[in-house]
Design a protein around this ligand. Structure first.
Ligand code: GLA
Length: 371
Protein backbone atom coordinates (compact mmCIF):
# COMPACT_ATOMS: atom_id res chain seq x y z
CA UNK A 1 0.00 0.00 0.00
CA UNK A 2 1.40 3.37 -1.04
CA UNK A 3 -0.11 6.59 0.30
CA UNK A 4 0.13 9.78 -1.70
CA UNK A 5 -1.62 12.11 0.73
CA UNK A 6 -1.63 12.46 4.52
CA UNK A 7 -4.53 10.41 5.93
CA UNK A 8 -7.60 12.26 7.20
CA UNK A 9 -9.97 10.98 9.84
CA UNK A 10 -10.99 11.00 13.48
CA UNK A 11 -9.48 9.35 16.58
CA UNK A 12 -11.20 8.75 19.90
CA UNK A 13 -8.35 9.62 22.25
CA UNK A 14 -8.32 13.41 22.69
CA UNK A 15 -11.95 13.67 23.71
CA UNK A 16 -13.07 10.26 24.92
CA UNK A 17 -9.92 8.53 26.25
CA UNK A 18 -10.98 5.49 28.29
CA UNK A 19 -14.68 6.25 27.68
CA UNK A 20 -14.53 5.15 24.06
CA UNK A 21 -17.39 2.78 23.20
CA UNK A 22 -19.49 1.50 20.34
CA UNK A 23 -22.05 4.29 20.58
CA UNK A 24 -19.38 6.96 20.34
CA UNK A 25 -17.91 5.28 17.26
CA UNK A 26 -21.27 4.78 15.52
CA UNK A 27 -22.39 8.35 16.28
CA UNK A 28 -19.07 9.67 15.02
CA UNK A 29 -19.32 7.66 11.79
CA UNK A 30 -22.86 9.06 11.28
CA UNK A 31 -21.69 12.62 11.93
CA UNK A 32 -18.75 12.18 9.61
CA UNK A 33 -21.14 11.54 6.72
CA UNK A 34 -24.07 13.78 7.70
CA UNK A 35 -22.13 16.87 8.74
CA UNK A 36 -19.88 17.15 5.70
CA UNK A 37 -16.62 15.71 7.04
CA UNK A 38 -16.60 12.79 4.63
CA UNK A 39 -17.16 15.12 1.69
CA UNK A 40 -14.28 17.26 2.92
CA UNK A 41 -11.96 14.21 2.78
CA UNK A 42 -12.08 12.64 6.25
CA UNK A 43 -12.39 8.86 6.02
CA UNK A 44 -10.77 6.93 8.90
CA UNK A 45 -12.65 6.37 12.17
CA UNK A 46 -10.03 5.19 14.66
CA UNK A 47 -10.55 3.56 18.06
CA UNK A 48 -7.59 4.41 20.30
CA UNK A 49 -6.55 2.74 23.59
CA UNK A 50 -8.98 1.18 26.15
CA UNK A 51 -11.02 -1.05 23.83
CA UNK A 52 -10.09 -4.47 25.29
CA UNK A 53 -10.24 -6.49 28.46
CA UNK A 54 -7.27 -6.29 30.81
CA UNK A 55 -6.10 -9.81 29.88
CA UNK A 56 -5.95 -11.80 26.64
CA UNK A 57 -8.75 -14.37 26.23
CA UNK A 58 -8.36 -18.14 26.67
CA UNK A 59 -7.71 -18.37 22.90
CA UNK A 60 -4.68 -16.09 23.31
CA UNK A 61 -6.30 -13.22 21.40
CA UNK A 62 -6.83 -9.71 22.69
CA UNK A 63 -10.38 -9.86 24.06
CA UNK A 64 -12.76 -7.06 23.10
CA UNK A 65 -14.47 -5.35 26.04
CA UNK A 66 -18.04 -6.53 25.48
CA UNK A 67 -19.59 -3.92 27.73
CA UNK A 68 -18.13 -1.12 25.67
CA UNK A 69 -18.45 -2.86 22.30
CA UNK A 70 -21.44 -5.21 22.61
CA UNK A 71 -21.70 -5.96 18.87
CA UNK A 72 -17.98 -6.75 18.56
CA UNK A 73 -15.41 -5.25 16.24
CA UNK A 74 -16.39 -7.01 13.02
CA UNK A 75 -19.94 -5.66 13.21
CA UNK A 76 -18.64 -2.18 14.01
CA UNK A 77 -16.19 -2.39 11.15
CA UNK A 78 -19.03 -3.42 8.81
CA UNK A 79 -21.09 -0.47 10.00
CA UNK A 80 -18.25 1.96 9.33
CA UNK A 81 -17.62 0.45 5.91
CA UNK A 82 -21.35 0.62 5.08
CA UNK A 83 -21.01 4.41 5.38
CA UNK A 84 -18.15 4.47 2.89
CA UNK A 85 -15.67 5.13 5.68
CA UNK A 86 -12.60 3.22 6.90
CA UNK A 87 -11.96 1.56 10.23
CA UNK A 88 -8.89 2.13 12.42
CA UNK A 89 -7.69 0.45 15.59
CA UNK A 90 -4.90 0.76 18.13
CA UNK A 91 -2.27 -1.51 19.63
CA UNK A 92 1.22 -1.07 20.97
CA UNK A 93 4.75 -2.38 20.30
CA UNK A 94 5.36 -3.10 24.00
CA UNK A 95 3.97 -5.68 26.39
CA UNK A 96 1.03 -3.43 27.35
CA UNK A 97 -0.66 -0.41 25.80
CA UNK A 98 -0.16 2.95 27.49
CA UNK A 99 -3.43 2.35 29.36
CA UNK A 100 -2.16 -1.03 30.63
CA UNK A 101 -4.12 -3.31 28.24
CA UNK A 102 -2.66 -6.30 26.34
CA UNK A 103 -0.40 -5.19 23.47
CA UNK A 104 1.28 -6.87 20.54
CA UNK A 105 4.89 -7.51 21.65
CA UNK A 106 5.65 -11.07 20.49
CA UNK A 107 2.05 -11.38 19.24
CA UNK A 108 2.56 -9.28 16.13
CA UNK A 109 1.55 -11.81 13.45
CA UNK A 110 -1.54 -13.15 15.24
CA UNK A 111 -2.77 -9.67 16.22
CA UNK A 112 -2.24 -8.34 12.71
CA UNK A 113 -4.31 -11.23 11.37
CA UNK A 114 -7.06 -10.54 13.91
CA UNK A 115 -7.19 -6.88 12.84
CA UNK A 116 -7.30 -7.93 9.17
CA UNK A 117 -10.10 -10.41 9.92
CA UNK A 118 -12.09 -7.57 11.46
CA UNK A 119 -11.63 -5.49 8.32
CA UNK A 120 -9.31 -2.96 9.92
CA UNK A 121 -7.87 -0.37 7.48
CA UNK A 122 -5.57 1.59 9.81
CA UNK A 123 -3.47 0.58 12.80
CA UNK A 124 -2.03 3.09 15.25
CA UNK A 125 0.89 1.40 16.99
CA UNK A 126 2.12 2.92 20.26
CA UNK A 127 5.41 2.61 22.17
CA UNK A 128 4.61 2.11 25.87
CA UNK A 129 6.07 -0.80 27.89
CA UNK A 130 8.65 -1.59 25.24
CA UNK A 131 11.17 -3.98 26.84
CA UNK A 132 14.56 -2.27 27.18
CA UNK A 133 16.31 -4.98 25.19
CA UNK A 134 13.95 -4.66 22.22
CA UNK A 135 14.86 -2.27 19.41
CA UNK A 136 11.98 0.03 18.45
CA UNK A 137 12.98 0.08 14.80
CA UNK A 138 12.71 -3.71 14.57
CA UNK A 139 9.39 -3.79 16.42
CA UNK A 140 7.89 -1.33 13.93
CA UNK A 141 9.43 -3.29 11.08
CA UNK A 142 7.96 -6.51 12.46
CA UNK A 143 4.41 -5.19 12.77
CA UNK A 144 4.64 -3.53 9.38
CA UNK A 145 5.56 -6.90 7.82
CA UNK A 146 2.89 -8.69 9.85
CA UNK A 147 0.25 -6.30 8.48
CA UNK A 148 1.49 -6.76 4.92
CA UNK A 149 1.48 -10.54 5.40
CA UNK A 150 -2.28 -10.44 5.99
CA UNK A 151 -2.75 -9.33 2.38
CA UNK A 152 -5.11 -6.52 3.47
CA UNK A 153 -4.31 -2.85 2.80
CA UNK A 154 -3.77 -1.49 6.31
CA UNK A 155 -2.34 1.96 6.85
CA UNK A 156 0.40 1.62 9.46
CA UNK A 157 0.60 4.56 11.85
CA UNK A 158 3.68 4.35 14.08
CA UNK A 159 3.50 6.26 17.35
CA UNK A 160 6.84 6.41 19.17
CA UNK A 161 6.53 10.12 20.05
CA UNK A 162 9.68 11.18 18.16
CA UNK A 163 11.97 8.93 20.24
CA UNK A 164 15.24 7.40 18.99
CA UNK A 165 15.56 9.87 16.06
CA UNK A 166 12.58 8.10 14.51
CA UNK A 167 12.50 10.42 11.50
CA UNK A 168 15.86 9.00 10.30
CA UNK A 169 14.71 5.37 10.07
CA UNK A 170 10.93 5.04 10.16
CA UNK A 171 10.47 5.24 6.40
CA UNK A 172 12.57 2.09 6.02
CA UNK A 173 10.12 0.10 8.17
CA UNK A 174 7.24 0.57 5.75
CA UNK A 175 5.21 2.77 8.14
CA UNK A 176 2.94 5.27 6.38
CA UNK A 177 2.83 7.92 9.11
CA UNK A 178 4.84 8.36 12.29
CA UNK A 179 4.25 10.41 15.41
CA UNK A 180 7.13 12.80 15.76
CA UNK A 181 6.22 14.42 19.08
CA UNK A 182 4.79 13.72 22.52
CA UNK A 183 1.06 14.02 23.13
CA UNK A 184 -0.89 17.15 22.29
CA UNK A 185 -3.01 19.00 24.86
CA UNK A 186 -5.85 21.42 24.31
CA UNK A 187 -4.03 24.70 24.83
CA UNK A 188 -1.92 26.93 22.61
CA UNK A 189 1.38 26.27 24.42
CA UNK A 190 1.13 22.64 23.33
CA UNK A 191 0.40 23.57 19.70
CA UNK A 192 3.34 25.97 19.68
CA UNK A 193 5.70 23.49 21.36
CA UNK A 194 4.86 20.71 18.89
CA UNK A 195 5.08 23.01 15.86
CA UNK A 196 8.42 24.51 16.86
CA UNK A 197 9.87 21.06 17.62
CA UNK A 198 9.33 20.11 13.96
CA UNK A 199 10.76 23.17 12.19
CA UNK A 200 14.18 21.57 11.72
CA UNK A 201 12.65 18.21 10.71
CA UNK A 202 10.17 19.23 8.03
CA UNK A 203 12.19 17.55 5.32
CA UNK A 204 11.52 14.16 6.91
CA UNK A 205 7.86 14.24 5.84
CA UNK A 206 7.01 13.22 2.29
CA UNK A 207 4.74 11.20 0.06
CA UNK A 208 4.60 7.60 1.30
CA UNK A 209 5.52 8.38 4.93
CA UNK A 210 4.30 11.52 6.67
CA UNK A 211 5.26 13.14 9.94
CA UNK A 212 2.27 12.95 12.31
CA UNK A 213 2.16 15.91 14.71
CA UNK A 214 -0.66 14.26 16.71
CA UNK A 215 -4.43 14.47 16.62
CA UNK A 216 -6.09 17.84 16.20
CA UNK A 217 -7.57 19.62 19.19
CA UNK A 218 -9.74 22.01 17.14
CA UNK A 219 -13.15 22.50 18.72
CA UNK A 220 -12.41 21.00 22.13
CA UNK A 221 -12.55 24.38 23.92
CA UNK A 222 -11.30 22.83 27.16
CA UNK A 223 -13.58 19.78 27.17
CA UNK A 224 -12.43 16.15 26.90
CA UNK A 225 -9.50 14.02 28.00
CA UNK A 226 -6.59 16.20 26.85
CA UNK A 227 -8.30 19.46 27.80
CA UNK A 228 -6.00 22.04 29.35
CA UNK A 229 -7.99 25.24 29.25
CA UNK A 230 -8.80 25.19 25.55
CA UNK A 231 -7.95 27.59 22.75
CA UNK A 232 -9.56 30.59 21.08
CA UNK A 233 -10.98 30.38 17.56
CA UNK A 234 -7.87 32.08 16.15
CA UNK A 235 -5.62 29.62 17.98
CA UNK A 236 -7.50 26.65 16.55
CA UNK A 237 -7.16 28.23 13.10
CA UNK A 238 -3.40 28.63 13.56
CA UNK A 239 -3.14 25.03 14.77
CA UNK A 240 -5.08 23.65 11.80
CA UNK A 241 -3.22 25.83 9.29
CA UNK A 242 0.15 24.71 10.69
CA UNK A 243 -0.77 21.00 10.61
CA UNK A 244 -2.02 21.45 7.03
CA UNK A 245 1.12 23.23 5.94
CA UNK A 246 3.43 20.68 7.58
CA UNK A 247 1.46 17.89 5.80
CA UNK A 248 0.64 16.16 9.06
CA UNK A 249 -2.17 13.60 8.99
CA UNK A 250 -5.43 15.38 9.81
CA UNK A 251 -6.95 13.23 12.53
CA UNK A 252 -9.70 15.13 14.30
CA UNK A 253 -9.60 14.67 18.09
CA UNK A 254 -12.62 16.77 19.01
CA UNK A 255 -16.21 15.54 19.24
CA UNK A 256 -17.60 15.99 15.73
CA UNK A 257 -21.13 15.17 16.91
CA UNK A 258 -20.99 18.35 18.94
CA UNK A 259 -18.67 20.78 17.17
CA UNK A 260 -19.43 24.49 16.90
CA UNK A 261 -19.85 26.08 13.46
CA UNK A 262 -16.51 27.85 13.56
CA UNK A 263 -14.48 24.67 14.04
CA UNK A 264 -16.64 22.56 11.75
CA UNK A 265 -16.03 25.07 8.95
CA UNK A 266 -12.36 25.32 9.87
CA UNK A 267 -11.86 21.53 9.79
CA UNK A 268 -13.60 21.46 6.42
CA UNK A 269 -11.77 24.47 4.99
CA UNK A 270 -11.11 23.63 1.34
CA UNK A 271 -8.11 25.91 0.91
CA UNK A 272 -6.17 24.56 3.88
CA UNK A 273 -7.06 20.94 3.15
CA UNK A 274 -5.85 21.36 -0.45
CA UNK A 275 -2.47 22.48 0.88
CA UNK A 276 -2.31 19.47 3.22
CA UNK A 277 -3.38 16.99 0.54
CA UNK A 278 -1.10 18.31 -2.20
CA UNK A 279 0.14 15.27 -4.12
CA UNK A 280 3.60 16.62 -4.79
CA UNK A 281 4.16 16.22 -1.04
CA UNK A 282 6.90 18.84 -0.70
CA UNK A 283 7.53 20.20 2.77
CA UNK A 284 7.49 23.98 3.12
CA UNK A 285 10.69 26.00 3.17
CA UNK A 286 11.20 28.09 6.30
CA UNK A 287 12.10 31.53 4.99
CA UNK A 288 13.05 33.60 7.99
CA UNK A 289 14.06 31.14 10.72
CA UNK A 290 12.26 33.08 13.44
CA UNK A 291 10.66 30.34 15.55
CA UNK A 292 8.12 32.71 17.10
CA UNK A 293 7.14 34.43 13.85
CA UNK A 294 7.92 31.92 11.14
CA UNK A 295 7.29 32.44 7.44
CA UNK A 296 6.95 29.40 5.16
CA UNK A 297 7.00 29.01 1.39
CA UNK A 298 5.67 25.93 -0.35
CA UNK A 299 5.48 24.63 -3.93
CA UNK A 300 2.14 23.10 -4.92
CA UNK A 301 1.54 20.37 -7.51
CA UNK A 302 -0.68 22.66 -9.65
CA UNK A 303 2.09 25.22 -10.12
CA UNK A 304 0.87 27.60 -7.42
CA UNK A 305 2.82 28.65 -4.33
CA UNK A 306 1.87 29.12 -0.69
CA UNK A 307 3.22 31.84 1.58
CA UNK A 308 2.21 31.38 5.21
CA UNK A 309 2.87 33.84 8.05
CA UNK A 310 2.48 32.75 11.66
CA UNK A 311 2.62 34.76 14.85
CA UNK A 312 3.18 32.13 17.55
CA UNK A 313 4.40 34.76 20.01
CA UNK A 314 2.28 36.24 22.78
CA UNK A 315 2.48 39.79 21.33
CA UNK A 316 0.81 41.23 18.23
CA UNK A 317 3.49 42.07 15.71
CA UNK A 318 4.93 42.28 12.23
CA UNK A 319 5.48 39.02 10.36
CA UNK A 320 6.75 38.69 6.80
CA UNK A 321 9.69 38.48 4.47
CA UNK A 322 11.53 40.03 1.55
CA UNK A 323 10.82 38.08 -1.62
CA UNK A 324 14.52 38.07 -2.52
CA UNK A 325 14.88 35.72 0.46
CA UNK A 326 12.87 33.17 -1.54
CA UNK A 327 14.90 33.90 -4.68
CA UNK A 328 12.33 36.20 -6.33
CA UNK A 329 13.61 39.29 -8.15
CA UNK A 330 11.77 42.64 -8.10
CA UNK A 331 10.22 42.08 -11.56
CA UNK A 332 8.19 39.11 -10.30
CA UNK A 333 5.58 38.58 -7.62
CA UNK A 334 2.57 36.49 -6.68
CA UNK A 335 -1.08 36.88 -7.59
CA UNK A 336 -2.42 35.86 -4.19
CA UNK A 337 -5.72 34.78 -2.75
CA UNK A 338 -6.27 34.28 0.95
CA UNK A 339 -6.13 30.47 1.13
CA UNK A 340 -8.45 30.35 4.14
CA UNK A 341 -11.22 32.80 3.16
CA UNK A 342 -10.81 32.62 -0.62
CA UNK A 343 -10.68 36.45 -0.77
CA UNK A 344 -8.73 37.87 -3.71
CA UNK A 345 -5.65 39.80 -2.62
CA UNK A 346 -4.04 40.66 -5.98
CA UNK A 347 -0.43 40.92 -7.10
CA UNK A 348 2.16 41.34 -4.37
CA UNK A 349 5.81 41.95 -5.17
CA UNK A 350 9.14 42.66 -3.43
CA UNK A 351 7.97 41.79 0.07
CA UNK A 352 5.03 41.04 2.29
CA UNK A 353 4.79 42.14 5.92
CA UNK A 354 1.68 42.19 8.02
CA UNK A 355 0.79 42.99 11.58
CA UNK A 356 -0.64 39.74 12.86
CA UNK A 357 -2.31 39.39 16.24
CA UNK A 358 -0.67 37.06 18.78
CA UNK A 359 -1.34 33.36 18.01
CA UNK A 360 -2.90 34.15 14.62
CA UNK A 361 -1.77 33.47 11.05
CA UNK A 362 -2.24 34.31 7.36
CA UNK A 363 -2.01 31.82 4.52
CA UNK A 364 -1.80 32.98 0.90
CA UNK A 365 -1.81 30.93 -2.25
CA UNK A 366 -1.29 31.94 -5.86
CA UNK A 367 0.60 31.98 -9.13
CA UNK A 368 4.07 33.39 -9.74
CA UNK A 369 3.67 36.35 -12.13
CA UNK A 370 5.74 39.01 -13.90
CA UNK A 371 4.96 42.51 -12.58
C1 GLA B 1 0.00 7.50 24.11
C2 GLA B 1 -0.22 8.07 22.72
C3 GLA B 1 -1.58 8.77 22.68
C4 GLA B 1 -2.68 7.80 23.04
C5 GLA B 1 -2.40 7.19 24.41
C6 GLA B 1 -3.36 6.05 24.74
O1 GLA B 1 0.14 8.50 25.06
O2 GLA B 1 0.80 8.96 22.38
O3 GLA B 1 -1.80 9.32 21.39
O4 GLA B 1 -2.75 6.80 22.06
O5 GLA B 1 -1.07 6.64 24.47
O6 GLA B 1 -3.10 5.49 26.00
Amino acid sequence: MIIKKPPMGWNSWNTFGGEVCEKVIRDTADAMVELGYKNAGYEYVVIDDWWSERKRGADGKIAVNKEKFPSGMKALSDYIHSKGLKFGMYSCAGTMTCGGFPASFEHEYEDAQMFADWGVDYLKYDFCYKPMHAVGKLLYNKMSMALKATGRDILFSACNWGADDVETWIRSTGAHVYRSTGDIFDHFESVKFIAQSQFDKINYSATGCYNDMDMLICGMYGKGLVAKGGCTDAEYKTHFAMWCLMQSPLMIGGDITNMNDYCRNLLQNKGLIAINQDEDGRPPMMVNWNKDRPVFFKHMANGEYVLALFNLSDEDGMVGCEFFDIGVSADHGFDFVDAISGEKIGVVSENLYETIPAHDCRVYRGKFVRV
